[in-house]
Write a protein that binds this ligand. Structure first.
Ligand code: GDP
Ligand code: MN
Length: 378
């Protein structure tokens, strides 16, 4: 789950991380009042759940409260990567000498949290990671040991931070790590961590993502969830009671059982295809249930073909076949559908499908290959 910059900063502040003074505004007048109260040059920042706000024009400096009002009116209502700006953060602007990057996330392959530090922070960090990865110092932490002083020293030195920043940066890293662990974050970033012209370090941006699986014990944070961030098709699927996850490919995937569906995603991928979603139809095979699932998959206009992968255990294949036939008969489907049916009463199931425009496949590999071919060359 994503939270806003101002919310992430509130968390960091509890861990004594220095953040700029400021407040959130929903109207230009509120922004003006906050700027007047701060009495300094301010920065106005769009609060949306995406990065790259700076490049999108969602971060602006204002010298006076009047200017803050104008900037806020420009940023409020702005559309950034599909999200509407409803709030802005108005805070004291920092006089930037250098911009650093600090980040912590999970490295699944290493089964460790990885801490990253770079002296080349700011809006181009993604490019640095892609073109000059040696500029990002990385260290994997043993969860039983956590972040020790020597870790932070190694990282700060390897990253080549300004000598004046080494000691305070160490404090930032330890606080960031503590916050990361305490709130069950999957990502915690300060970018940029600013070294000001008068030699102070301050977190001018903060990003924290919370692990969804930990929300049951992060009740206070769970309340920060917002409708807008949810993918509209995922939201609709959840309203329909389906276990659906949207992906970015073009092959719709349906199967009965989470493990089978995950395997199907892997097999399609291995055959060179790109799955558009995960959808577990669950047990049972009523036409209504299949219609509901298939219709959801087809809400995604990127879908150019559908793969059904059914293993008949308690649910019999002939019942599933009947359900799929009934469902597709009532729907106007423009894309090819490949079906792999195996298990209890598979012969009867396959017999039922004969003569329909549903394309049968004998194995999961064959099904994947067929749908990949169909989608590639319609
Ligand atoms: P992001 O683009 O969504 O990551 O938003 P950031 O909060 O990181 O802001 C983007 C950029 O705006 C930063 O890298 C800075 O260069 C600039 N910026 C942000 N806050 C300040 C500030 O207080 N003072 C100055 N001078 N620049 C700032
Ligand atoms: Mn940033």
């Amino acid at each position: 789950m994503k939270i806003h910059e101002y919310q992430a900063k509130q968390i960091l502040a509890k861990y004594k991380v220095p953040i700029p003074a400021g407040d959130v505004a929903s109207t230009p007048e509120e922004a003006e009042a906050i700027a007047a109260r701060l009495g300094k040059r301010v920065v106005i920042k769009a609060q949306v759940h995406v990065g790259g706000r700076g490049k999108a024009g969602g971060v602006k400096l204002a010298e006076t409260p009047g200017e803050a009002k104008v900037m806020a009116s420009q940023i409020l209502g702005m559309n950034i990567k599909g999200l509407t700006v409803e709030k802005v953060l108005v805070e004291e602007a920092a006089d930037i000498a250098e911009e650093y990057y600090l980040g912590i996330t999970v490295d699944r392959a290493a089964r460790r949290n990885v801490v990253m530090v770079s002296a080349a922070g700011g809006i181009d960090i993604e490019e640095v990671a892609a073109t000059a990865p040696e500029k990002i110092a990385k260290l994997h932490l043993d969860p039983a040991i956590g972040m020790m002083d020597f870790h932070t020293r190694i990282l700060a030195e390897e990253a080549g931070l300004n000598p004046a920043a080494l000691r305070p940066a160490s404090g930032f890293l330890k606080a960031l790590y503590k916050a990361y662990v305490d709130v069950d974050a999957s990502l915690a970033e300060i970018n940029p961590l600013v070294l000001t012209k008068d030699g102070k370090l301050i977190a001018t941006d903060a990003k924290i993502n919370i692990d969804d699986n930990a929300l049951f014990r992060q009740k206070e944070l769970a309340e920060l969830r917002e409708q807008q961030e949810e993918d509209p098709i995922e939201a609709e699927a959840h309203r329909r009671g389906l276990t659906y996850v949207r992906l970015d490919g073009d092959i719709g995937i349906l199967g009965n059982g989470a493990g089978l569906v995950m395997t199907t995603l892997d097999v399609v991928q291995r055959e060179g295809g790109k799955p558009a979603n995960f959808l577990d139809v669950g047990g049972g095979a009523k036409a209504e249930q299949v219609t509901n699932a298939l219709d959801t998959v087809l809400l995604d206009k990127n879908v150019k073909g559908v793969l059904f992968n059914i293993f008949g255990g308690i649910t019999r294949c002939d019942e599933v076949a009947k359900g799929i036939l009934e469902a597709t008969a009532t729907m106007n489907i423009q894309v090819p559908i490949v079906i792999r049916l195996t298990g209890t009463r598979e012969k009867e199931g396959q017999e039922l499908l004969r003569g329909s425009n549903l394309i049968p496949a004998a194995s999961m590999q064959e099904a994947a290959r067929k749908i990949v071919d169909l989608v590639e060359a319609p």
